[in-house]
Design a protein around this ligand. Sequence first.
Ligand code: ATP
Ligand code: MG
Length: 336
Amino acid sequence: MPGAIYAEGLVKTFGDVRALDGVDLDVPEGTVLGLLGPNGAGKTTTVRCLTTLLRPDSGKAVVAGIDVLKQPNEVRRSIGLSGQFAAVDEYLTGRENLHMVGQLYQMRAKQAKVRAVELLEQFHLTDAADRPAKTYSGGMRRRLDLAAALVVSPPVMFMDEPTTGLDPRNRQQLWEVIKDLVSGGTTLLLTTQYLEEADHLAHEIAVVDHGRVIARGTADQLKARTGGERVEVVVHEREHIETASEVLRGFGKGDTTVEQHTRKLTVPVTGGAKLLAEVIRELDTRGIEIDDIGLRRPTLDDVFLSLTGHHAEAEDQENGTGEDAKAGKNKKETAK
Ligand SMILES: Nc1ncnc2c1ncn2[C@@H]1O[C@H](COP(=O)(O)OP(=O)(O)OP(=O)(O)O)[C@@H](O)[C@H]1O
Ligand SMILES: [Mg+2]
């Protein structure tokens, strides 16, 4: 039996761009699917097709047991959506925005009021509740938008990058809200650029690239597929990157990744601490000074890198945020 969210062969083209190239998904009831993928992979397009906002060129979609293409209105009644760009009415206050959503869902006025108070509290918007939303900061708008998606508790929820733009504290709090929601039986499809978020919340992860699901599984399954541990070395001198790469190639079980701007080299290995000691000896013999070296388990970012050829969280982490910094970080050099 198909799950609460089911898609088969979804295709959507925009002119020459094949945004979706046969997306298949199956999300069991009461679970969270994390849709991960680089910019332009087709995440938002998938969400829009499943939530009736966009009609796919071909394929099949069933949400909450209802055919999305045949009965879009019925689907709309069974789902909640928080889009990538917050959809709040700028001129209404936070409280009014939530009342309005309640009314759209035909809640009684009193019930809608009570629900608004609860949500304003939950999303730390009580103090700003009676200010027009246009005076809110980006993070506040995002929270209001998420609150609006939760006015009614639909059986199936879609959240497109729900925590982008939230500070760490608000992100943590939203994770708690999401966990509560799911423990209450809601099925959730969420897209995210944050691997930690997918690791934390998703029962299953689907990695999307170029409009296709290229891998799926639990975070642990995906990590296991990427194989073994990683040796990570930061060399002291940029000039030593080349030689260090050569050394690692001799010990590695796969491609060596080089981040030029941080002088960091990473290679998958098997052999644990003993091998690490050998690597250190060899680097020493070759006269390569190192700032840092260590052994670590693969992360979801390694999974992402080995599948798509680049990191997932391009902008957020490193010091540089400009295009150059991104290009530097995303630079993948392979040494076979
Ligand atoms: N309305 C549209 N018209 C033309 N092209 C579109 C439209 N919507 C999406 N696309 C294209 O389809 C592809 C997939 O876009 P989509 O928004 O689904 O990506 P995404 O995975 O959500 O990316 P992001 O991480 O940047 O949000 C992109 O190449 C995008 O330019
Ligand atoms: Mg998107």
